[in-house]
Each structure stands twice: as C-alpha cells, then as structure tokens.
Ligand binder design. Structure first.
Ligand code: ATP
Length: 474
C-alpha cells in the first residue's frame, strides 16, 4: 500500500514533468534509452537555477574557493591513479528465471537486509528473491565495470582507450598544481567544478535518480593535515543550510554517517546528505574526508610534485582534502518531489486541504496541482496576463509591464483562456507570482499581484512592482 502511494507520487510527478516540459525520456521517438534523460525548457531553467545557487554560495561567496572546468575525457593514467580502472565496479546479480539484472546491494536493501562482504567478495544473504518475478534462482554477485570506454583517434586499439569521466573530482586533483600556482591561494582553499559524469549503472531506476549520464557539483577543499574533522563538520553544516536555501525542509534531510568499518582505507570520515524521496531516504551528496590519498596517488603516478609549501611554517607537505560531492539531477529530483502538491480547494471558500496524490477531490472541492518551488529555483518567476486578449489597450499595457519585468527575471506572458485557468497553468509549473492588467489598470496604473502559495491577491502600483517582487523573490 505504502509502495503504491510512493509510485503514485512519482508517476504523477513524471507525468507533469513530461506534460509541462521539465523532463523527457532521451531519444523517446526511438523508444528511449535506459538511464538517459533530457531536460525540457522548464527543466533546463530549474537545473540552471540549482547550479547557479551552488556556484554563487559555494564559489563566489567564498574568497578562498575558485572554479575549474576540466575536459570530460582525460589521460587514461588519471583513472589508474584514482583507482577507478580495475576498481570502479558494482556487484550485480541476475535473475535466471526472468533475466532481470540488479545491483546486489540495492536488491538486499529493498528486502530489508545487507549484502554480505568478506575479503573483497560478495554473497547474497539467505532468502533474497527477484523483485520482478519472485524467483530465488539468482546468480552469485559478480563485478560489473561502471566506466564508459571510448577510443581517442582514428584507430580502435587498446592503446587508444580512454574513459568518460565517472566523476569530476579527478580533474581537480590533476590540475591542483596549476591552480595553486595561478590562483595565489593559501590553505585552506577549495577548487570547485560543475560538469557531466558518466557511469554505466547496472540498474538505472527511480526516474532520474540513478542515471548513466548525470551532472555533479564537486568541491575539493584542501586543508592542513590534522584539521580534517573540523572542516568535515563545517561542510556538513554549510551544505545542510544550502539545501534549506533551495527549499528542501530540514525535516526531509538526513545525515547518513558511514561507520568506520565501511570507510575507504584512506578516509577518516564520510557523511551522506540524504533526502526523503517517495521511494525512500536516498543520497543527494557525499561529504568525505579523504586525507591526501588522491594527490599522493597523482604524485606517484605522474612523477610530479603535489606539494604545498607553507611559507610561514617553512614546511612542505601534501594537503588533505574534504570533498562535498553532490549530484545536480538528484537535487533537481528532490526539489521536484518536494514541490509537487495536489490541493483540494473548497468551491465556496475556506481552508485548502492537502489532497492525496492521484485521488479525486471530494464533492464541493476542486483540485489544483501546484509546484511549490522556492522562488530561488522556480523556472519562471512572474507571469503577466492582460484580462482580455481582444482589447488592444489591455494587451499593450500588459506587454509594457511584461517587458519591464523580463529584464529582471525569466517571465511568462499568457493571454489565453479565463484568468482562473491561467493561474492554474502557472501553479502547475511553480510560478510564484502572477500579475493581471485589467481596465482599472489603465486608469490607476495599478495591477493585481497574485501569490501562488496562499492564492491571495493584492492591488499594487506598477511603479512599485519591481521593488516588491525583488523583495519577495530574494
Ligand atoms: P550511489 O551510492 O547512489 O551510487 P555514490 O556514493 O556512488 O552514489 P558518489 O560517487 O559519492 O556517489 O557521487 C557523488 C554524487 O553524485 C552522489 O551523491 C549523487 O548525487 C551523484 N551521483 C552518483 N551517481 C549517480 C547516478 N548514477 N545518477 C545520478 N547522480 C549520481
């Protein structure tokens, strides 16, 4: 029953995302391709807002954090040094009866248990069954390489093999010395990057949550050895605050602290920030204290120094790093899930009820679908309507207001249908404000400003509109 409800929420959201142009299946006209997604006109704005909010708060607001934009394909030795070649794999399990393939740890988790791991080999606990057909005829867990391979140059031979990066972080480590010598930074300082990453996931699922092509926002924050715990705690606090700033409520965010026996041998701590998705509490971002593992490995494999020279202390060492690593698409999905509401509005006025998703509104109520995006991430900030489309004086005035607002924010102009229906269209895409120009506006230079969440309306002078909206959208 709970599962059905969860599926209903995700199905309803996916349907809205397709209908209103947030997310489409990649290559849909050819039947789609599993694990790949396209963002439509509104989705692309939503994602850009998330990336811009991160860049602004993580990079631009901190004078000791600088940006970087590395190539997706790098020298193959990068991935040997990082441990990805030969080491970046997931255990998978096949159902012999129906041929469905699973990520072994997910299959166990879904059935309330854990994959057994001993000395680098994996085993399924007793009683695990195929979720799709119920059979217990499953293969032993086998390693599955997650790296996407390609060839550089005209000849497809082994020496030309390269990889699509499975994370953006290694570009930062590989360019550490260049950034250090050009950005004139002292420890502690960070290098940040946003970009695409690729993983040939065994079982892409939960809509866009686990995709094969996705975007990451990663910060490598370089610190003095011994300060790891302090900076790790600092970044957990900062990142939790940031998630709230884009509208995810504190109570929907969780910290998953990795127990010591599950940490990589070089890491001293790792905490995931997870969100309460309709399909369970799942990771949005991992924050790891990785010691000096990455820089040391690149120093070893490249033969180039990755040292930092501390002039005051007159000592040379390889810095440690704390890495907050987030996925843009997962955050976008969390923002979409959090925003989606089906509300039941009493026809004669009165209190609005939060409806049950997928259920019809009771007698005497009408349903509205609304995306309650935080203004910061809403794809469209303001919509402008002339009351009637066949009155040139109203249309001209509305276009004038629209032009002035569009210089400040992404806006929509709509003159089709009754005003109520135009409000509903904007509610469905999460536009926080609508502005209506009516006959009175021509006389008094005022408009009706309508608020998405409360559905209240107020009369406001056109000359005050930009300042008021600036205040409310901030
Ligand atoms: P998971 O355990 O869910 O596979 P991970 O721990 O392997 O994730 P990291 O390697 O820590 O993930 O990557 C950092 C972030 O990149 C994740 O927190 C997530 O937001 C994002 N990410 C990783 N893999 C995917 C994917 N297949 N699809 C979408 N986002 C992803």
């Amino acid at each position: 029953m709970a599962k059905q409800k969860k599926n209903r929420t995700l199905d309803a959201l996916a349907s809205l995302c397709k209908r209103r142009g947030f997310i489409f299946q990649s290559s849909e006209i050819y039947g789609g391709i599993n694990g790949f997604w396209d963002y439509g006109p509104l989705g692309v704005e939503l994602k850009r807002n998330i990336k811009e909010a991160w860049w602004k708060d993580v990079v631009q607001a901190n004078e000791n954090i600088v940006g970087l934009d590395c190539s997706i394909i790098m020298h193959p030795r990068v991935w040997e040094a990082s441990g990805h070649v030969g080491g970046f794999s997931d255990p998978m399990v096949d159902c012999r009866a129906c041929k469905k393939r699973y990520k072994a740890d997910n299959l166990c988790e879904d059935q309330g248990t854990e994959l057994i791991e001993a000395d680098g080999t994996f085993e399924l606990p007793e009683g695990i069954k195929c979720t799709a057909c119920g059979s217990n005829d499953l293969t032993e867990p086998r390693s599955f390489d997650l790296m996407f391979k390609t060839f550089v140059g005209p000849v497809e031979e082994d020496s030309a093999t390269a990889y699509l990066r499975p994370e953006t972080a290694q570009g930062i480590f590989a360019q550490f010395s260049n950034v250090l010598s050009t950005a004139r930074q002292k420890l502690p300082f960070g290098i940040a990057q946003i970009g695409k990453a690729f993983r040939n996931e065994i079982n892409p699922r939960n809509y866009t949550f686990r995709s094969r092509e996705f975007e990451q926002m990663e910060l490598e924050f370089f610190i003095e050895p011994g300060t790891d715990a302090e900076w790790h705690a600092h970044w957990i606090t900062e990142r939790l605050k940031w998630y709230e700033s884009i509208g995810l409520p504190a109570e929907s965010l969780h910290q998953d602290i990795h127990p010591e026996h599950k940490l990589a041998h070089y890491a001293s701590a790792c905490t995931d920030i997870a969100y309460d998705f309709p399909f369970g509490v799942q990771e949005l971002e991992g924050i790891a204290a990785r010691g000096n593992f990455d820089l040391s490995r690149h120093a070893e494999f490249s033969g180039k120094s990755m040292d930092y020279f501390d002039q005051e202390a007159n000592k040379r060492f390889i810095p440690h790093v704390v890495e907050p690593s987030a996925g843009v698409d997962r955050i976008a999905l969390a923002v979409l899930c959090n925003a989606y509401r089906e509300e039941w509005i009493p026809k004669g006025g009165g209190e609005v009820i939060q409806g049950e998703i997928g259920k019809r509104a009771p007698e005497g109520y009408e349903m509205r679908t609304v995306m309650r995006f935080a203004p910061r991430v809403a794809p469209i900030k303001v919509a402008v309507f002339p009351l009637l489309k066949n009155k040139p004086e109203l249309v001209n005035k509305a276009r004038e207001v629209f032009d002035s607002l569009q210089r400040c924010w992404p806006c929509a102009y709509d003159q089709v249908g009754a005003i109520g229906r135009r409000y509903r269209r904007q509610d469905e895409v999460g536009t926080p404000f609508c502005v209506t120009i009516d006959f009175d506006s021509l006389e008094d230079e005022c408009v009706t400003l309508r608020h998405r969440d409360s559905m209240t309306q107020e009369r406001i002078a056109i000359s005050d509109l930009i300042a008021t909206l600036h205040g409310q959208l901030a």
